[in-house]
Design a protein around this ligand. Structure first.
Ligand SMILES: CC/C=C\C=C\CC(=O)SCCNC(=O)CCNC(=O)[C@H](O)C(C)(C)COP(=O)(O)OP(=O)(O)OC[C@H]1O[C@@H](n2cnc3c(N)ncnc32)[C@H](O)[C@@H]1OP(=O)(O)O
Length: 297
C-alpha cells in the first residue's frame, strides 16, 4: 500500500522526468453497443494516473466523440485495480515544475506560463461538459484528486460498493485547480460537506458519496457496475438525440443562469429543434406503442 504521504517525499526535482512516451492505448475507446462508447483510462500499472500526454489524449477522444454522429452516449471507466488515483505525481507535474524552477524566466512571465498550463489541463475536463452527449462516470475503487475533477465534469456518476473517493489535493500541497472546487457544490448542493471533504482530504466511500449526492447509484461489484453503466448509456442512446442533447445543453445552461434566462434559452433553442422530425416520430411511436428510430445528428 503506497499512501500519497509515502510517495511524495521520494520525489525530488531530479526524479521528475518528462512525461513517459504516451502509448495511445493509455486512453482506449470502445463501442459497447450501437451509439454507446466507453472511454477507458488505460494505464492500470499506475492506477490510471494522469500525465500531460494522457490528458491531451483524453481530450482528443472526448472532442472526437462530441462530433461523431454515431455516438449518442459515453461512459468513462478505468481499466485495472482503480478508476483513477489522480495526477501522476512523478511525471504529471514535471512540465509545471520545469517552468517554476527555471531561473531564466522573469517572475511575471513565469506566472503567465503556469496559468496557461493549468488552463490547458482544465480544458481537458471542460471538454466533458461541452460535449453535447451525456457522459456517465463509472467509478470503481480509488477515485482521487484529478479523478474527482474528472467525474464532477460528467453528467452522471455511478460507482461500485468498493469505491474510495478523496479530494486529495491539499495533501499534495495545492488548492484543486482543474474543476473539483468549481463544480462540486453545483453537483452536491451541500457547502458544509464540500468543505469537510475538501479541507481534510479524507477518504469517503460509496455510501457517503450517495448520501451527499456525488453519485446517484451503487452497484455490488465492478462487473455489475459496468453492465449497468452500459445499459443506462444504451437506454439514453435509444432516445431522440435532438431531445437528449437539447436536455444536456439546457441543464448546463440552467445551472449557470437565472430561471428567467434559462427559460428564454430553451424557448429559443426549441424554436428550431421542435421543427425536427424527431418530435413527430416520437409522438407516433408513443401512440403506436412502438420504438422510434432517429436520424443521426
Ligand atoms: C496542475 C495540477 C493538476 C492536477 C492536480 C491533481 C492533484 C491530484 O490528483 S492529488 C492526488 C494524487 N494522488 C495521490 O496522492 C495517490 C497516491 N497513491 C496512493 O496513495 C496509493 O497508490 C493508493 C491509491 C492508496 C493505492 O495503493 P495500492 O493499492 O497499495 O497501490 P500502489 O502499489 O501504491 O500503486 C500501484 C502503482 O501505481 C503507482 N501510483 C499510485 N498512485 C500514483 C500517483 N498518484 N502518481 C504516480 N504513481 C502512482 C505506484 O507508485 C505503483 O507503481 P509501481 O511502479 O508498482 O511502484
Amino acid at each position: 500500500m503506497l499512501a500519497s504521504r509515502r510517495l511524495l517525499p521520494q520525489i525530488s526535482s531530479r526524479a521528475l522526468s518528462t512525461s513517459p512516451a504516451l502509448k495511445s492505448s493509455e486512453i482506449s475507446v470502445k463501442e459497447e453497443r450501437p451509439y454507446v462508447y466507453n472511454v477507458k483510462l488505460n494505464r492500470p500499472a499506475k492506477l490510471n494516473t494522469f500525465t500531460m500526454d494522457m490528458w491531451r489524449e483524453f481530450k482528443k477522444a472526448i472532442d472526437s466523440l462530441a462530433d461523431d454522429p454515431k455516438c449518442r452516449s459515453i461512459i468513462i471507466s478505468g481499466e485495472g485495480k482503480a478508476f483513477c488515483a489522480g495526477i501522476d505525481i512523478a511525471h504529471g507535474l514535471s512540465d509545471i515544475l520545469r517552468i517554476i524552477q527555471d531561473d531564466t524566466i522573469e517572475v511575471g512571465r513565469k506566472g503567465r506560463l503556469v496559468r496557461k498550463f493549468i488552463g490547458e489541463i482544465q480544458d481537458c475536463y471542460t471538454a466533458l461538459e461541452r460535449c453535447p452527449k451525456p457522459i456517465i462516470a463509472s467509478i470503481h475503487s480509488h477515485c482521487l484528486g484529478a479523478g474527482i475533477d474528472l467525474i464532477t465534469a460528467c453528467d452522471i456518476r455511478v460507482a461500485s460498493q468498493d469505491a474510495i473517493f478523496s479530494i486529495r489535493e491539499v495533501d499534495v500541497g495545492l488548492a484543486a485547480d482543474i474543476g473539483t472546487l468549481n463544480r462540486i457544490q453545483k453537483v452536491v448542493g451541500n457547502d458544509s460537506w464540500t468543505r469537510d471533504v475538501a479541507f481534510t482530504a479524507r477518504d469517503f466511500g460509496a455510501d457517503e458519496a450517495l448520501r451527499f449526492g456525488l453519485i446517484s447509484r451503487i452497484y455490488d461489484d465492478r462487473q455489475s457496475l459496468l453492465e449497468n453503466s452500459i445499459d443506462m448509456a444504451a437506454r439514453i442512446a435509444e432516445k431522440s438525440p435532438i431531445a437528449v442533447q437539447g436536455t444536456k445543453e439546457t441543464l448546463n445552461y440552467a445551472r449557470e443562469h437565472s430561471t428567467d434566462d434559462s427559460l428564454n434559452f430553451i424557448k429559443t433553442w426549441n424554436m428550431s429543434q421542435l421543427l425536427s422530425t424527431d418530435l413527430l416520430s416520437s409522438a407516433m411511436a408513443v401512440m403506436n406503442k412502438k420504438k422510434a428510430t432517429y436520424e443521426d445528428v
